[in-house]
Design a binder for this molecule. Structure first.
Ligand code: HEC
Ligand code: HEC
Length: 382
């Protein structure tokens, strides 16, 4: 397919142009410009965006879904935009930093009016295995195992986004006032008009479209270029994965992970297999999690940069997390009946040797996707 030019003000025309250009042989190579010069000049007063639409749908160039890409691009702007909070002090990014795998480096994050969240910010590590709208982790529909928040109180991403924006600690912005507010922000008006209003920059922004744009941005997050991915995608040797990718220590760590951790965290470290679990953090829990002392099994993609760890950020480093699984797994006592750690987690811990602890640590580091953490498609446009 030829690269085609966006109708200057009318993204909807794209599909028409696309089909025409594949019917009529048109050798002229043009560019995928997103905005008219006039709109681009206006937006560029506030934002540092390319006018060449980035590929957010993670599909090859010939099968790109430009409409998805346009919506995800607006979602990226909204993710970094403090207008989403009631006092213009807080953006999603305030508590979810790209270079930290979209986690925060604090136990609890700061929202509006200096208030702090009750739990540790959760990294967005997605599945590392699927793309765009088919990404079940960040889906639109309820999906067992991928419900959102430490206590799974939101069963899909749109509900999670609505709750976060309205949450009186985090952003405090009633959704039925947010659309009016954003209708007065000129660059958002232009971008939303192009992505959602068929190019009409006078289109009236709705809060549903705001939520949808953020959803599309989340769906485009797909860290899949780590050493672990090279291993998973590598050639199969004797029915297993390639052993040439990992060092001996990483390979030992992977075996330990498969035997002791993958029951909950999954074979790819992306979307967990099970929903909420008790992993034996202590005899006593201040926070009841989902009500029964169980918490979301977090995805482990990019885990080397997402600390502090656990729902309350109690463990500063991965070494301490591994020590927890080695020697610190507790039953939760008297609440009213005792609760045992789930599945194969042994009370007391796995009792790993020093070499095994080091191997697990090195394996967990193979899940880091440096290119994702620096990818400009996901970085701040401000
Ligand atoms: C003030 C800090 C703060 C802000 C602002 C914030 N978040 Fe969060 N986010 C958190 C915390 C803390 C959690 C975990 C809360 C819990 O589980 O109870 C979380 C959880 C999430 C989750 C759940 C991830 C999972 O795997 O369950 C998603 C997705 C998310 N936030 C996206 C967003 C988006 C999108 C925005 C902007 C609309 C946003 N957050 C704004 C702090 C924040
Ligand atoms: C029974 C299920 C289960 C098993 C098995 C399990 N985990 Fe976990 N893991 C959890 C749960 C649940 C949490 C979150 C607990 C909380 O915050 O209260 C967690 C949290 C973590 C975290 C912190 C992630 C973050 O973003 O805060 C790491 C790292 C981790 N586990 C690694 C491991 C390793 C390594 C093993 C194997 C030695 C393992 N887990 C085995 C359920 C499990």
């Amino acid at each position: 397919m030829k690269k085609i030019k966006f109708g200057p003000l009318y993204l909807g025309a794209l599909f028409l142009v696309t089909s025409l250009s594949s019917c009529f042989i048109d050798e002229e190579e043009t560019t995928t410009l997103f905005m008219s010069d006039e709109n681009y000049a206006l937006v560029s007063q506030h934002l540092n965006l390319p006018n060449e639409l980035p590929n957010y749908s993670n599909s090859d160039e010939d099968n790109r879904d430009y409409q998805f890409d346009a919506k995800a691009l607006v979602g990226r702007v909204l993710f970094y935009d403090k207008h989403l909070s009631i006092d213009n002090s807080t953006a999603c990014e305030s508590c979810h930093h790209q270079e930290l795998g979209f986690a925060d480096d604090k136990d609890f994050s700061e929202g509006i009016n200096g208030q702090v969240t009750e739990r540790n910010s959760i990294a967005f590590s997605a599945t590392g295995a699927s793309n765009s709208e088919s990404n079940p982790y960040f889906g639109e529909n309820d999906f067992f195992g991928a419900s959102m928040f430490w206590d799974h109180r939101a069963s899909n991403v749109p509900d999670q986004i609505r709750e976060t924006i309205e949450n009186t600690i985090e952003m405090g912005m009633p959704l039925d006032e947010l659309d009016d507010k954003l209708n007065d922000v000129d660059y958002i008006k232009v971008l939303m008009g192009i992505a959602y209003g068929e190019g009409d920059v006078n289109y009236t922004i709705s809060s549903d479209d705001i939520v949808d744009a953020l959803l599309k941005f989340m769906q485009s997050l797909n860290p899949s270029n780590s050493k672990f991915d090279q291993f998973l995608n590598g050639p199969s040797i004797n029915g297993g994965n390639s052993s040439t990718v990992f060092t001996n220590m990483e390979s030992m760590g992977h075996n330990l992970y498969m035997a002791n951790c993958s029951t909950c965290h999954g074979f790819t470290g992306g979307m967990p297999i099970f929903s909420t679990m008790n992993n034996g953090l202590g005899f006593y829990y201040d926070d009841k999690g989902d009500g029964s002392y169980k918490f979301k099994v977090p995805a482990l993609r990019n885990v080397s940069v997402t600390g502090p760890y656990m729902h309350d950020g109690r463990f500063e480093t991965l070494e301490i997390v591994i020590e927890h699984y080695s020697s610190g797994i507790y039953p939760t006592l008297g609440v009213p009946e005792n609760i045992m750690p789930d599945f194969n987690l042994p009370v007391g811990g796995f009792n790993f040797t020093d070499t095994e602890k080091e191997a697990l640590l090195q394996f967990l580091h193979t899940m880091t996707d440096e290119s994702f953490l620096q990818d400009e498609r996901f970085s701040s446009p401000f």
